[in-house]
Design a protein around this ligand. Structure first.
Ligand code: F6R
Length: 366
């Protein structure tokens, strides 16, 4: 049942090229310039009239929401706010009839996310669910939605659910951009093409498995770890840190790289592994200078870089090379080596990877 892998988590990491394809199958056709999902087509006016989009979720799904904030705002120019469902539901938030609320949940059973949806509905908002489990409570409670087609996710640490959530939300952003004319024709088509070949790139980046295992051997006894990224890769840094915490029990923090100097830089010494997501796109020069700041304080640098990069390589103790992708789609690629790294560290520490202590796959109580 684990398909020859030692753990469900590894099986699910390796399923990602296929399940991303399953998620866009029948919805995305780059040659024809089409991206469509029934739940959006049927309600396109709601999205186009929205004064803002509010995203509610927990944990890894909340991280997918953060990626979506960046993608939707950039592509479709609709203001987006992302909230932890548990905070949203208890803080008497302002919800307007013209708000579209997107609830993201792998299980579709998370109690706080469910309560956030109910509150949004009571206040007249339109609720769109992005769930993996078909027929789940959240998918039923939403006015409309789009399923991720990741298949059953057994490992408690979410992997393929995250990348398929990002796939759905990127398609949503592209669909809205097309309707609103907020992306140039050439950019729109380029993103469609790129999204269609993302599974090939994910396959390619899975070949970093050996190097991540080597890195895991070096750092398995660390007590702390920092993850840094900027722009689209800031949420990926948060997700990388969460993955390490939950399965290896190593304390880890994710930060936007530029926030380092506002506090966390005080933690850096030769004992501190710092994982920096530094692809060639986006804020490359800025992140290079952040890496120099870490280097000058003797931090151990593990960098995720675009294939062929030399500048970051020179500054780093270890590099993990990934294929080139545009900035907006890079989370689908950069997140993979971080999943592998957490997996190998947890295995080397003898942790129960698929069933980490104190955690449940679906959190049906608040
Ligand atoms: C982390 C993890 C959790 C879930 C969170 C939300 O790996 O699995 O943080 O992401 O409990 O669960 P769903 O998406 O089912 O609402």
């Amino acid at each position: 049942e684990k398909g020859g892998y030692d753990h469900f988590m590894m099986k699910e990491i390796y399923e990602q090229p296929n399940v991303i394809k399953d998620t866009y199958r029948g919805r995305l056709n780059a040659n024809k310039g089409i991206v469509q999902m029934a739940g959006i087509e049927d309600n396109i006016e709601k999205f186009l009239n929205a004064e803002r989009i509010l995203i509610v979720a927990c944990g890894t799904s909340w991280h997918a929401g953060l990626v979506a904030e960046y993608v939707i705002e950039e592509f479709a120019r609709i203001p987006v706010e992302v909230e932890y469902a548990s905070e949203f539901r208890y803080r008497n938030p302002i919800i307007n009839k013209k708000d579209v609320v997107i609830a993201i949940s792998q299980s579709g059973e998370t109690a706080d996310t469910m309560a956030a949806i109910k509150l949004a509905k009571e206040n007249g908002a339109f609720v769109f669910g992005v769930c993996n489990v078909v027929g789940s409570s959240i998918s039923r409670e939403s006015h409309a939605g789009a399923y991720t087609h990741a298949g059953p996710e057994i490992g408690v640490a979410s992997t393929k659910a995250f990348t398929t959530q990002i796939t759905v939300l990127t398609m949503l952003a592209l669909r809205l951009a097309k309707a609103k004319g907020t992306l140039s024709n050439s950019d729109y088509h380029r993103y469609l093409m790129e999204l269609e070949i993302i599974p090939e790139k994910v396959k390619e980046v899975l070949s970093t498995n050996d190097i991540t295992k080597e890195i895991a051997l070096k750092f398995k006894d660390s007590t702390n770890c920092l993850y840094l990224g900027r722009g689209y890769n800031f949420p990926v840094a948060l997700e990388g840190a969460l993955k390490l915490k939950e399965i290896s029990y190593i304390h880890a923090e994710g930060y936007p790289a530029a926030e380092m100097k506002h506090g966390p830089i005080a933690l850096i010494d030769e004992q501190m592994p710092v994982i920096v997501i530094a692809p060639k796109q986006g804020h490359y020069d800025k992140i290079v200078s952040n890496i120099q700041e870490i280097k000058s304080r003797s931090g151990k640098i593990i960098a995720v870089v675009t294939k062929g990069d030399t500048q970051v390589r020179e500054l780093s103790d270890y590099v993990i090379e990934i294929p080139e992708t545009s900035d907006a789609l890079s989370p689908l690629i950069t997140t993979i080596p971080l999943q592998l790294l957490s997996y190998h560290i947890a295995v080397l520490r003898g942790c129960n990877v698929d069933q980490p202590r104190n955690l449940a796959k679906s959190v049906t109580v608040e």
